[in-house]
Write a protein that binds this ligand. Sequence first.
Ligand code: GTP
Ligand code: SPV
Ligand code: MN
Length: 598
Amino acid sequence: MPDKNQPPTKHARLKTWVSEMASLCRPDRIVWIDGSEEEKRRLEDEAVATGEIIRLNQEKLPGCLYHRTAANDVARTEHLTFICTKKKEDAGPTNNWMSPRDAYRKASDYFRGAMKGRTMYVVPFSMGPVGSPFSKIGVELTDSIYVVLNMRIMTRIGQKVLDFLGADGEFTKCLHSKADLDIGKRLILHFPEDNAIWSVGSGYGGNVLLGKKCLSLRIASYMGLREGWMAEHMLIMGIEEPNGHVEYIAAAFPSACGKTNLAMLIPPEGLKSKGYKIWTVGDDIAWMRIDSDGALWAVNPEAGFFGVAPGTNSKSNPNAMATIRKNTIFTNVLLKKDFTVWWEDGNEPPPPEGMDWRGQPWRPGMKDEHGKIIKGAHPNSRFTAPASQCPSISFRLEHHHGVPISAIVFGGRRAHLAPLVYEAFSWQHGVYVGSTMASERTAAQMGTVGEVRRDPMAMLPFCGYHMGDYFKHWLAMGKKMEKQPKIFHVNWFRLDEHGKFLWPGYSENLRILEWILDRCNNRVEAVKTPAGYVPRLQDLDLTGLNISRDALQKVLEIDRFEWLQEMESQREFLKTFGDRLPRELWAEWEAQNKRLQE
Ligand code: GTP
Ligand code: SPV
Ligand code: MN
């Protein structure tokens, strides 16, 4: 039996750091997480005993748990998220910045003694398969069992990671404490130059599962810039044709704009006879590199899905519904009397009663003091589920090499302007399209839902350095590739004059992916517009689809007048990057503006 009081590692730097952080946070005890089933059971029992976690109905939802976060802690807090580089300009105009000295000092005040009476868990984790040349290792110190149990699903954790790390391997130092969950003392700090992350005062997913957005996007994007690869907010999926040939695409949509849904797509009724099979490689994060064949290859560094619950049902996403039947953690959904869960736009009609995401008794139709309907589940309530449980999971998830990418798809949630799909003229034009992308804000971050904001490559909240340099990196990566993926832009969310979606979306989106792959393989011509190539109607397979020709034309339309206004707004945005904006992007803007005026 290994001695439970001795750190199970020979890594001197790691041990020193753990004891330093312990003297700051003052936990009653330190527990090194080994990743075993027995340990999982023990942690669950402990969290159930304190009320941190509720065990769900084990007959109906085997292995499933329930958790509520504080009412002001249900989404990422971008205004409390900082990039702490020595020089302010290295964080760029899109990030909040704090100097490392000020950040460590300020956060130390919040961390000091924050773990008194609690246990500090040491969670060694690997983003990507343990031992893969493209994986990165982190160690998260946390006082939350909920975090440990989530990290256990979302990443590969435990002794095998420490063993691989050896005596002096590199790792990202991740420190987290719930402290007293005071939003006034909440900070999510990234120190790319120190390979460190400090998060305090929150218990919500994206703020505290430090392997996810903090490491795999903000810190990893910075590593990628230095090491010549890319960390992106993208799903990865494979589309298998009946002859067995699989092509992979990567798609960047902002938070709560449809990545999980697209990644798990099941072909629609109308296309069933074509025999496509969809493989899910990832639903949120892609690490991409150029391999020896000169092509772009992608891996998903995660091992689970942290997906939006509301709207998930057997019609919109049957694969997700199958994935979350067991061993899943539900956060901030409605708890039913029989200890199962419910959310808006799920499979079932509302139950007659339950406990809502705030922990209050709930009945359907209940209104708040302003007369607004009270939701049972928070709009950003989530499920955490192992990727291995997804019926469409690709075996390539566990393969270090990943998958070759044929197309990159950008997308946003826009009621107007952006057509259903268009193709960029070149890699450089595609980078411009990504850099000027915009989307309506969703409930995934605190702020005003619905407001349109620029969100370059869906990375606005996740790029760990100057966004101008990030655009340069995209351009440089394109130049290094022998075979560049084609770049597209999609918008499933365009509305008609009555505020209804023009496009049915979800499984029907395969019809658009089909066109995208046809374009990648030079199988069809397209219509050239000032913004890019759009499909000829005859090239879209609309078999069995209930959409009027009028709606189809509207959803594909590029309105010159609207686009010229858009160009002005893009110009203002691009100006904010000053002389760190690559010339090439200005050139693309000028050319597009000219095309629109012709
Ligand atoms: P994050 O996990 O926050 O990064 O989000 P995501 O990009 O994975 O978004 P997700 O797939 O969870 O979808 C978010 C919301 O968009 C859900 O409410 C979906 O029902 C809705 N949605 C997804 N795809 C479509 C679509 O094609 N059309 C429409 N109208 N809604 C969609
Ligand atoms: C997102 O907001 O883009 C998410 C959820 O994927 S979180 O992990 O909270 O960032
Ligand atoms: Mn996301």
